[in-house]
Ligand binder design. Sequence first.
Ligand SMILES: Nc1ncnc2c1ncn2[C@@H]1O[C@H](COP(=O)(O)OP(=O)(O)OP(=O)(O)O)[C@@H](O)[C@H]1O
Length: 274
Amino acid sequence: MIEIEDLSFGFKENQRVLDSVNVSIDSGEFVAVVGGNGSGKSTFVRHLNGLLLPDEGMVRVRGMDTRTISNLTDIRRKIGMVFQNPLTQFVGATVEEDVAFGLENLACPSSVIRNKTDSSLSDLGISHLAGKSPLELSGGQMQLAALAGVLVLEPECVIFDEVTSMLDPFSKQQVLSTIARLHEKGKTIIMVTHNLEEVHLAERVIAFEKGRVVYDGKSSLFFDSPAVSNPGISIPPLTELALWLQENGLKEIDVSNPDVNTLEESIWQLKSRN
Ligand SMILES: Nc1ncnc2c1ncn2[C@@H]1O[C@H](COP(=O)(O)OP(=O)(O)OP(=O)(O)O)[C@@H](O)[C@H]1O
């Protein structure tokens, strides 16, 4: 669905924020994009819907080159994006008006706008917020309202750029389960995250360091790869414990998605063996 060939980019001359990136993403994939601060993650995903254009190389979405300006409307309908701070995304005075805005821009008939707006809000369980100002919402509600505005346009792929980083644990869980549900329904998901505990939700991980891809593969193998020793990639504590147990004799332990109960059982198992 998305092909990135030899993509290089800098905000200034002689700067390489992205350096010869080659990646291809298929329809229906769930990809986590990770890396330290300033490694190029946001710059990378902003290339996927033409918010930034390559200095060298190319990005194609369903065969459409992002450098061809006339392709951009179609590309942005195929790839929606939700940002860390949703306030930058709202244009309507109420949630409902905001969600309807994209459809109005496409000159849809008002009955279609009404139906699609209602179902986008109800799919995300936020119909009760329709009449509220986006400024009155909690962090999690804001993310879901911004997502409703993206999903109403029925994109094939949704990019989430660090959307959970400012949320409390409950809202974080709510947003993550919504993302997982979208993936189950067949959407292509690209999720930039600092939180490596979220990596197990994805099937594939792309890790960046200094604008280069240092890992591109299964999420289940990521924590065993040399990429995790890169600066800026910190292993979650439970994964670190799982890796330690694995190194100390429990070869069968699943390090990709460890939970407290399984780890406790594994510790007892190891104790009884020694
Ligand atoms: N608009 C901009 N103008 C100039 N430099 C920028 C701009 N946006 C990002 N940069 C620089 O590009 C580099 C990569 O930034 P980017 O936001 O892509 O990194 P990131 O991996 O997403 O980081 P973080 O995890 O901190 O959000 C950084 O050095 C950053 O300072």
